[in-house]
Design a protein around this ligand. Sequence first.
Ligand code: 7TS
Length: 408
Amino acid sequence: MNIAEIRAQFPILHQEINGHPLVYLDSAATSQKPRAVIEAVKKYYEWDNANVHRGVHTLGARATEAYEQARIKVAQFINAKSENEIVFTRGTTTAINLVASSYARANLKPGDEIVITPMEHHSNLIPWQMAAQATGAVLKYIPLQPDGTISLADVEATITPATKMISITYISNVLGVINPIKEIAAIAHRNGAKICVDGAQSTPHIPVDVQALNVDFYALSGHKMCAPTGIGALYGKKALLESMEPIEFGGEMIDFVELQSSTFKEAPWKFEGGTPIISGAVGLAAAIDFLNEIGMENIAKHDRQLSNYAMDRLSEVDDVIIYGPRNDRGGLITFNLSDVHPHDLSTVLDAEGVAIRAGHHCCQPLMRWLKASATARASFYLYNTEADVDAFIRALHTAKEYFGHAVG
Ligand code: 7TS
């Protein structure tokens, strides 16, 4: 992987922030966009823009073709059996809400169990709280080990024949933990449960094969994998999607509308009520081409090497608390500097041109488990270099000097 060439394709990276070259270490929140994606969206608006699935004029046909081609791209990218197993959504949040609102509410009854973990992003937690409240199902948690990982013994112990749904993140956006999804899926299926995977942090960083994992649902966000904001997808096994009721009703998703009742298109279109996110899908297709050209294996290797390097450098800094496992982790590191509030730390780093994330990362229950009100997080992607990590560590030392009173 030639990082210099890759960086050259991301216009936003070539600027100064507060007099320093930008060091963008917040890709877990959203990734930057390569020129190929920006150009694809621009070209779509300059040449092809029209509404999809309606009318027969040329632009309408082109827009429909581009939108449906993007669905095929997404299906191939995660190795779905068919593009009809891909529902376009706004992102991971909307995708998981669709499963929780449609599948779960129709299939859960009082006494059934939903199993999640304390490391879930609120997007993979609150929808299940709401589904449990609506159906009388019980929300259970697989406990975390001291390093933030989960053990398969605990998965076995938590999932029972009463479990109807397990929903779990593939890669934690705070701990960097990579969960053994294939093994968890096997345990779920042995107990007659379905498994839904939050792929927000995995899809951008590692090769994903939903058939090999044998998951029932898989949610992803385009904006974390070089695509525009506002586009994502839900993968669902065909039979499951076909069995589900839409949760949004209106244009685009119907077959016949009578005065008192209507019939709907088949999956996935019945879940895409209203004018869809056409330019977003075009951008997502371009992002997938871009990632494929570099190769997901190469990206995974790069992210792993960089986070190992960052872990080594960060571990050398006194007064830094690192959260999550040391090895076998995704491309992000969550930490705190002694008792300095991460917002203050992030502000000082920004003054040095270094963009990191600070806060609860939409994981309040996990923050409580970590006994931290908030944390700082540096996250890496294909355009980051060891020089970025070095600049981050230098900025951290500057912050330490600045907060000298606090770190003693
Ligand atoms: N799940 C995980 C594991 C995430 O990291 C995020 C976003 C989501 C779900 C929600 O994705 P969305 O695209 O629907 O918003 N995570 C973060 C983050 O860590 N910092 O900002 C957003």
